[in-house]
Design a protein. Structure first.
Length: 321
């Protein structure tokens, strides 16, 4: 049951040593490491173990999904561990447990670890019925069947939460499940604090690509409830207010056309202005072409026609996020 560890790096010298050390301490260490580096300037590549594959990311602009897809091309083992350069596993039996799960149950396509202390292992099976948009595989530390990732990699146009969108594909197309493992002692030690703009991007991407039911009126009502929830923090209120305003805007537009859940056929230019200027910081950086592509896919599935303005149509030629 051999596997490669696939790690994307960028100025990761402060955290990568512990990531590598924790993998070497595993009862089943990786057969090989595959690194996709996107231009580190702090000596990160010098930390790669001997015999590793070191690939310099190819592309005009960095795209995380594309970085992983490029790395997958170098993997020749039955399994691949996608792991962040900020992640370590305190339980030395963690990878062995996940490998054994996948080897024993061919109805599982992947397994991933939850944050928490090391302890007795347990796992929950997630499938299409129990998937709520955020409990699919996590690329923070996830073990995949390599053949599945080679058959269908991560979609570069999915501007965030690419792992959740892939999970939806696994459930709907392959009919397989995912194991959600507790007890591995996963530690995520990123030096960067997640800004609210990142969480907004992830929620928006999940709603667009992984779980369209999040855009239903009941889901929107729950978001509104969190805005006025007693003892809620200012940060949480602002976050949910942005989601409520954005999703309500789309549903009202959609109700003027036809009933049904999901985002309405959209004008990509106005989408961009709304996200970047009206409600959320410009750091969201969801490009018009990305939004237009998402709208076209959504409209095709719902049988509606996208009514984009000429300015929106021309924006489809711009680069992605």
């Amino acid at each position: 049951m051999s596997y490669c560890a696939l790690i994307r790096t960028f100025n990761s010298a402060g955290t990568l040593p512990e990531t590598l050390a924790s993998l070497e301490r595993q009862s089943v260490p990786p057969l090989r490491h595959v690194f996709v580096d996107s231009g580190s300037s702090d000596g990160t590549p010098a930390l790669f173990p001997p015999g590793s594959v070191s690939h310099r990311y190819v592309g005009a602009a960095f795209n995380y999904s594309e970085a992983l897809n490029q790395g997958i091309g170098f993997v020749d083992t039955p399994y691949v561990l996608v792991v962040s350069s900020h992640t370590s596993l305190a339980n030395e039996q963690a990878i062995g447990f996940a490998l054994d799960l996948l080897a024993r149950d061919d109805r599982l396509g992947a397994a991933y670890f939850l944050l928490g202390s090391p302890g007795p292992f347990s796992y929950e099976r997630v499938d299409g019925e129990s998937f709520h948009g955020f409990n699919g595989v996590w690329n923070t530390c996830a073990l995949y069947r390599t053949a599945l990732l080679k058959r269908r990699g991560f979609r570069p146009e999915v501007f965030s939460a690419e792992d959740q969108e892939w999970s939806r594909w696994l459930f709907e197309t392959e009919g397989l499940g995912i194991a959600r493992i507790s007890g591995g002692g996963m530690i995520y030690d990123s030096p960067l604090r997640y800004p609210l703009s990142k969480w907004l991007r992830e929620y928006l991407a999940v709603a667009m690509y992984a779980k369209p039911s999040l855009l239903g009126w009941r889901a929107i009502a729950r978001v509104a409830g969190r805005v006025v929830k007693p003892r809620s923090t200012v940060r949480a209120r602002w976050f949910n207010a942005v989601l409520f305003a954005y999703f309500t805007h789309h549903r009202l537009r959609g109700s003027r056309r036809q009933p049904g859940d999901g985002l309405a056929p959209c004008d990509a230019a106005s989408e961009r202005r709304m996200i970047a200027s009206t409600f959320a910081p410009a750091s969201l950086q969801v490009s018009p072409s990305t939004l237009a592509a998402a709208c076209r896919e959504r409209d095709a599935k719902s049988g509606t026609a996208t009514t984009a303005s000429s300015s929106a149509a021309s924006s489809c030629g711009e680069g992605g996020a």
